[in-house]
Design a protein around this ligand. Structure first.
Ligand code: SF4
Ligand code: SF4
Length: 353
């Protein structure tokens, strides 16, 4: 077995997964140079100092450090510096090997080919792997302007409230829209927090921003019809993406691959008051990312089963016929990212028994 196949197998051991595919082998060839593979294969998914990594591969520490630095700068290896020491880890496919090298930027031809490969790999096998997670990896947050204050609002339900719990925020360009290239929606709307934010900013993949700018990112995204999504946990978030239905890998699980359970909905769903509908069609034609709203003659029709509770239809409804109401079947998300990953691993194991 060649080293690229071994690396695929290693990445497949991460809970996010990396199913075998000739397309993924090609992706790995774009991301890792042959002379970097021994080091990549010796990394763990948790951060370690260089001396621990060196002890497993028998190369000189200086050579290993230098190669790890180059890989971290390209966004294929995670790095964290504490004092004088830098710690390194292998990155999973999401968030990691798909997003970070694209955020870093590369020459156009290489980027186009990498985008093509990721798209096929996602549509063919990676999307299915992401979709089978129970609970889902990601959750929808409602457009803040659409949140219905008639209900008790829990902090985990609101993207800006979740951001309040983070120390560091970084803003990057959306790798899904860069690679997808299907729409003109804004690119500079990808928010990362804390450790990931620090890494991305230090390595030139994102820039640090303050909380006010981050809140403005959410506002701009809502105006542009983008859906807030984030990791499906109640504690500190890893990231908030602002997704379009045509390019974004997590939203495309629902919109393209038709896995209706692949994203946790927000705690809300849309409710339509047909008597107030003017038939303007804005909700169906410009706002709803899933096709849950359509027009029948001069009246909107809502398919509740297909609604993810993003609230984008509410904020632009010309007749004020749409509002968000609480879902009765809403599941409380796991308390932390750690709990989310553990639940996914345990449930996968049960399914495979
Ligand atoms: S109907 Fe569409 S736009 Fe409205 S909340 Fe549901 S998914 Fe979002
Ligand atoms: S945006 Fe509002 S008024 Fe216009 S069609 Fe949709 S529900 Fe009716």
């Amino acid at each position: 077995m060649n080293h690229y196949d071994k690396l695929q197998q290693k990445l497949d051991q991460h809970p996010v997964g990396a199913p075998a595919s000739k397309y993924f082998r090609e992706i790995l060839k774009y991301l890792f140079q042959p002379e970097e593979l021994d080091i990549a294969l010796s990394l763990e998914f948790s951060l370690e100092p260089v001396e621990d990594i060196v002890s497993r591969i028998g190369l000189e520490e200086e050579e290993v450090s230098q190669k790890l630095e180059v890989m971290a700068d390209r966004g294929v290896v995670l790095a964290k510096t504490v004092g004088e020491k830098t710690y390194y880890a292998l990155l999973p496919n999401y968030p990691g090997l798909f997003e970070y090298p694209i955020m870093k930027g590369m020459e156009k031809e290489k980027q186009q080919e990498l985008s093509r490969l990721w798209h096929i790999y996602y549509m063919e096998s990676m999307g299915e792997r992401l979709a089978e997670a129970d609970p889902p990896w990601n959750r929808i947050f409602p457009a803040e302007e659409a949140i219905n204050e008639e209900y008790e609002i829990l902090p985990y339900e609101v993207a800006s409230e979740m951001m309040e719990q983070t120390r560091t925020i970084a803003l990057a360009e959306c790798p899904c829209r860069i690679t997808g290239g299907q729409c003109e929606s804004p690119l500079d709307v990808c928010l990362s927090f804390d450790g990931a934010a620090q890494f991305l900013a230090e390595r030139g993949m994102a820039r640090l921003i303050n909380r006010e700018e981050a809140r403005n990112v959410l506002k701009r995204a809502e105006e542009a019809g983008l859906v807030h999504t984030g990791s499906n946990n109640a504690g500190k978030l890893l990231f908030i993406c602002n997704c379009c239905p045509c390019c974004c890998h997590f939203l495309m699980l629902h919109t393209h691959l038709r896995y209706r359970e692949a994203l946790a909905t927000s705690s809300y769903e849309a409710e339509l008051d047909v008597s107030s509908c003017t038939g303007c069609g804005i909700c169906a034609e410009e706002r709803c990312p899933t096709g849950a709203l359509s027009l029948d003659g001069d009246m909107a029709v809502l398919d509740r089963e297909n609604c993810i509770g993003c609230g984008l239809c509410v904020t632009t409804c010309s007749g004020e016929a749409l509002k968000l109401v609480k879902r009765e079947d809403h599941r409380h998300p796991p308390d932390s990212v750690r709990d989310l990953v553990q639940n996914i691993v345990v449930n996968r194991k049960k399914r495979n028994e």
